[in-house]
Design a binder for this molecule. Structure first.
Ligand code: GLN
Length: 474
């Protein structure tokens, strides 16, 4: 599969007839079967994907195929794909079937992408290790005793282990970038409001963002260009025109890069990641880029702000799962109150329950001002200070994660330790700006290290361009 550098390359062979979409789907189905132990796919749409591939092969022959013809895509189990199961890896949505296509999914289909299956994730996208799924953890393909990161762990491993070309995930606090870093693939979270959230199961609506995993920048850029842009079903989506990202991938501009000094001093930072970051900073300087260390005085408030606001929004968003309208309903019900209580206690996993309780607490009348509204104000300050940096610099360069992929079970008994995995990724969500994780090296165990570039609102073209620079540094 990796014989192709990107989709353009692949489409050449598809047009020549030396390869067909059906061949590709079959190859992926074989790979998926071989790698079943990784627990990546919750559903595989084998026959449907083959049938669709053969339709697209016909279109390629008549030169009527869409932009994404040949691309095989997997969807995190939070994206609505009409008439297919959808359950956010939660028991509470048992037997639920999607009623419509998410806007992003519809746009992929309109351009002839092939959807191969539904990918495992942390329940309701809450987690950093994919250990919170009702379907069991996903394993990292490089070392099966380690986690793939989360919450979009299945989507990251699918790309890593050659089980699809591209995965769509969701990133509320790092859930695309953090697993991308743990799995050695690219993962982008665009600007908040760039992609419609219609058909994305809500976690923290003011943070939620569809993100894209892939192995090359061109294909990610092309998919973003297809799925981004205004949508009548989501009034929060920006009406800004969508650039042709995939045609603007190279540049000679000598961008200005900031790194955060306290990130480098963070005790949580694995020394090998620190050394890699320092090495890259030197390489960039040697290549003529301005790279300067700066202070970010609010950095210690970013993670708490995220966890207060995201849990508050989760508590509200997840109130709809009450056993009346969707999915699972408890069998041990005596009256309406016990229907709600038993359904929710039996249907949600421990981490989701913890988030709902935390969120309900910070929204309660007596604590609202002390936590929720204060966190809203701090969020505003974090966004303003972040935007201030972009008046002088094009990017903020940080590690994506404080450590590389950890062992399964290593942090499951300590939620606060687990939340630390998001230390560097949540700033982009709190500020609403775009960020990408670029695979840049490995630690002594051979586990991948990702570095993160963050840019100002709607500067995705720059992010793609500079990611290529980072990849070229070697
Ligand atoms: N790990 C973070 C959390 O658990 C981020 C999740 C996400 O981005 N969906 O909230």
């Amino acid at each position: 599969m990796s014989a192709f550098s990107n989709l353009l390359d692949l489409q050449r062979d598809l047009s020549n007839g030396t390869l067909t979409c059906v061949d590709r789907v079959n190859q992926y189905l074989t790979n998926i079967d071989k790698k079943k132990h990784l627990n990546v796919y919750l559903s595989v749409y084998a026959q449907e994907a083959i049938d669709r591939a053969s339709e697209i092969d016909k279109k390629i022959k008549t030169k009527t195929a869409g932009k994404l013809a040949g691309l095989v895509i997997g969807l995190k189990d939070v994206l609505s794909f009409k008439d297919h199961p959808l359950q956010a890896s939660s028991k509470i949505l048992d037997n639920f079937t999607a009623q419509f296509n998410a806007t992003a999914v519809q746009r992929l289909l309109d351009e002839d992408a092939i959807i191969i299956g539904r990918q495992n994730c942390d329940e309701f996208a809450m987690g950093s290790s994919n250990e919170n799924s009702a379907f069991g953890p996903v394993l990292n393909d490089l070392d099966n005793t380690r986690v793939p990161g989360g919450s979009s762990g299945g989507s990251a491993v699918a790309v890593m282990a050659d089980l699809c070309d591209i995965s769509l995930g969701s990133d509320t606090g790092g859930s695309v970038r953090q697993p991308a870093a743990f799995c050695g693939v690219l993962g982008i979270k665009p600007t908040y409001s760039r992609i419609s959230r219609h058909g994305l199961i809500a976690y923290g609506s003011s943070f939620d963002c569809i993100g894209i995993f892939g192995k090359n920048l061109h294909d990610i850029a092309l998919v973003l260009e297809v799925i981004a842009g205004s949508d009548e079903y989501d009034s929060t989506v920006s009406r800004k025109p969508v650039p042709e990202y995939s045609k603007e991938l190279s540049t000679n501009k000598k961008y200005r890069v900031a790194y955060l000094k306290d990130t480098l001093e963070s005790e949580a930072l694995q020394p090998e990641i620190k050394n890699l970051l320092l090495k890259k900073i030197h390489q960039l300087k040697d290549s003529g880029y301005v790279v300067e260390g700066i202070d970010f005085p609010l950095s210690e408030y970013i993670l708490p702000t995220y966890y207060i606001l995201a849990t508050a929004e989760a508590s509200s968003n997840l109130s709809r799962y009450d056993g009346v309208r969707y999915g699972y309903r408890s069998n041990h019900v005596t009256d309406l109150h016990s229907l709600y209580k038993k359904t929710r206690s039996e249907g949600f996993g421990k981490e989701v329950e913890r988030r709902i309780m935390l969120g309900t607490f910070v929204l309660s009348a007596s604590y609202y001002d002390a936590y929720y509204s204060k966190a809203q104000k701090v969020r505003r300050l974090i966004r303003e200070q972040t935007k201030e940096i972009f008046k002088q610099y094009d990017f903020i360069l940080t590690p994506t994660t404080p450590t590389t992929a950890f062992k399964l079970g290593e942090h499951t008994n300590n939620p606060l330790e687990m939340y630390l995995a998001d230390l560097f990724s949540v700033q982009a969500n709190v500020a609403g700006v775009p960020a990408i994780s670029v695979p840049c090296g490995k630690d002594k165990n051979g586990m991948p290290i990702g570095l993160q570039l963050t840019a100002d609102d709607f500067e995705e073209p720059k992010l793609f361009q500079f990611s290529q620079v980072m990849l070229n540094l070697a």
